[in-house]
Design a protein. Sequence first.
Length: 134
Amino acid sequence: MIRVKGINKKEPVKLYPTEGEIIYQRERWDYPDPQPDPDSQPEPQTDLQSQALLAKRLGAIVEITGKWAWASWQSKPPDAIRQALKDNGWIWCRNKGKWAWRAEPSHSRRAMPWDYIINKYGLRELKQTELVEV
């Protein structure tokens, strides 16, 4: 057994199996997981209604199709708004010109046009009167 100094102080890392060992499993490195400061980073909201309300508060036109929320602006939003969207898990959909938040991760092998999405999942626009937190 070879000992490597300073890598794993509890026990040495085995580099090669000894005689009689048929299966060799490499030991994992024991690095501490970095813990983010809970006060510095707000917890992102994870349900569709709260994400739609967030985008509406940021001044977007919000539409809901199925389990996706779509946000669009009349012109390009400022950097602070775009960063807030990114921090909450929104993605920019270049072909549609809108920001999207998905309740369940999904992917497709082909790009879906906006008309196809509306016909398949329906379209509901978030109105000003629906800004009630749940």
